[in-house]
Design a protein around this ligand. Structure first.
Ligand code: GLU
Length: 481
């Protein structure tokens, strides 16, 4: 049996991590089994649809490398993947159900139903529409809601691949609406028709649908189609585990993480571990490794907490694994054009990678550093007030110039091939120790960066090269008179 899974978001706004995690699990399972993932847009609640959401959903999944075989951009052999473009199928199945006596037009007005509901409440019993089912069914005009006639009021037992054996009694069954007064099908009806027509074998979804499952099962029964395997994912909880993660607790648009400089690989890695357990202590996985390792058996029943600090930690681990080229590809999106071009022109990007890499958890930190001027002095000699060159403990220009001259002659003992931070430190360090570190290293560093705070002078000198280092020191000595 070929595995077919689907991710079926409603286009009602941005995708947050809960939705993405569902998509990821459906994707990992499909890939692992050489199956298919369908991206289906459930837009039958037209009042809730938000313009631009479909594109946003696709952008979010594409960013994470969760790709689908059929989607809003690629119809399948079963037609469109957008529910509002599949209306003929719902009408056909509604007709089938009517023909079999399993569906009937709702004869009541809104006020009448409200009255039924209130009476039930006053009598302290649950309101069930099936208690008011008309004796004879009229012909459906397509304008009133069409209701499902539950074929049999009975107890349902079913198996959930994660939760195990579940059951619910008659109270969970009712004559729910199949087609609404506005002509669109309900979620309850449309998803079952689509899953059937699309050949879906496994449904990955959130736990809020468990209580509706008996209704779904009664509809599968009426249609005479087998239910797919239900794979109910554990909730994503707030970090303090007191409740489900909501928008107010930081369940934000997943593309915001892109803007903040998270790597898609880190996001995928972290989300996979919320509710799924690899069975070992390992934590760092690439997407391909996750595909290899993924199994439904290791999805947890209980909720998993989302913690942004932990996500940051994963991001750092993934940043450490990037090749220099990959690192620069991401960095280029966060450095200003001017900085990037200037560094690139002088061939300094590559040598700055270790320095950048060691200082960030997310790429947007590079942007902050760039804006604070922390990269500009590499490509361009800094301008500074001469007084800045003088160490606090000895503000004498003459002596500072003498020390810089000594540093310069020590540096001149190194040839180009020996020019790297370790070696530079080796030749300058004994002199700094002898004269007082601050007295020697402060002017040396300030000469190169023009800033009160910057990496140490050996690192900067190593990056900008011998020629540029010597030139900057010469200029400083001249400025000191
Ligand atoms: N459209 C539903 C939602 O966004 C999908 C539920 C399902 O996967 O069946 O929650």
């Amino acid at each position: 049996m070929k595995v077919i899974t689907r991710f079926a978001p409603s286009p009602t706004g941005f995708m947050h991590i809960g939705g993405v995690r569902t998509a990821l699990f459906a994707y990992l399972f499909a890939k692992k089994n050489e199956g298919t993932l369908i991206l289906r847009i459930e837009d039958t609640d037209q009042a809730r649809a938000i313009e631009g959401s479909i594109q946003h959903i696709q952008d979010s999944l594409s960013w994470l490398g969760i790709d689908w075989e059929y989607g809003p951009d690629k119809p399948g052999p079963f037609g469109s993947c957008i529910q509002s473009e599949r209306m003929d199928s719902y009408r056909a199945f509604a007709q089938k159900l009517m023909d079999a006596g399993h569906a009937y037009p709702d004869p009541y007005t809104h006020d009448e139903i409200t009255a039924f509901r209130e009476t039930a409440k006053a009598e302290k019993r649950p309101f069930l529409f099936r208690d008011h089912r008309p004796e004879t069914f009229s012909v459906w005009d397509g304008k009133s809601p069409l209701r499902f006639k539950v074929p049999e009021i009975k107890r349902y037992e079913w198996n959930d691949a994660v939760r195990g054996e579940l059951e619910a009694g008659e109270e969970a069954l009712d004559d729910f609406i199949l087609m609404k007064g506005d002509g669109y099908p309900t979620y309850n009806f449309a998803h079952i028709v689509d899953d059937h027509l699309m050949g879906v074998t496994h449904i990955f979804r959130a736990d809020e649908f468990i209580s509706s499952t008996p209704r779904f099962l009664s509809l599968y029964d009426a249609l005479g189609v087998p239910a797919p395997v239900f794979v109910t994912l554990p909730a994503i909880l707030r970090d303090d585990r007191t409740k489900k993660l909501g928008k107010r607790d930081g369940a934000k648009d997943v593309l915001e993480y892109k803007t903040e400089g998270y790597l898609p690989s880190a996001m995928v890695n972290y989300l996979a571990l919320i509710g799924w357990n690899p069975g070992t202590d390992e934590e760092i996985f690439s997407k391909d490794e996750l595909i290899q390792r993924f199994s439904v058996d290791q999805i947890q029943k209980s909720g998993g907490a989302f913690n942004e600090m932990k996500l940051k930690w994963f991001n750092r681990e993934h940043i450490l694994k990037l090749s220099s080229d990959e690192f620069l590809k991401h960095a280029s999106l966060f450095l200003s054009k001017e900085t990037y071009t200037a560094l690139n022109k002088k061939n300094l990007l590559e040598s700055l990678v270790p320095l950048m890499r060691e200082r960030i958890q997310t790429f947007s930190e590079l942007k902050d550093m760039d804006e604070a001027g922390e990269f500009s002095f590499y490509a361009e000699a800094p301008t500074y007030p001469v007084s800045g060159l003088l160490p606090k403990d000895d503000m004498d220009k003459q002596r500072t110039a003498t020390r810089l001259k000594q540093v310069m002659s020590l540096l001149n003992t190194l040839n180009d091939s020996e020019w790297h931070d370790q070696k530079i430190k080796e030749v300058v360090w004994p002199y700094a120790e002898e004269k007082g570190r601050g007295l020697v290293l402060w002017p040396f560093r300030f000469t190169l960066s023009g800033r009160g705070k910057s990496p140490d002078p050996f690192t900067i000198a190593g990056v900008i090269g011998k020629k540029e280092t010597i030139t900057r020191i010469e200029d400083a000595i001249r400025a000191l008179g």
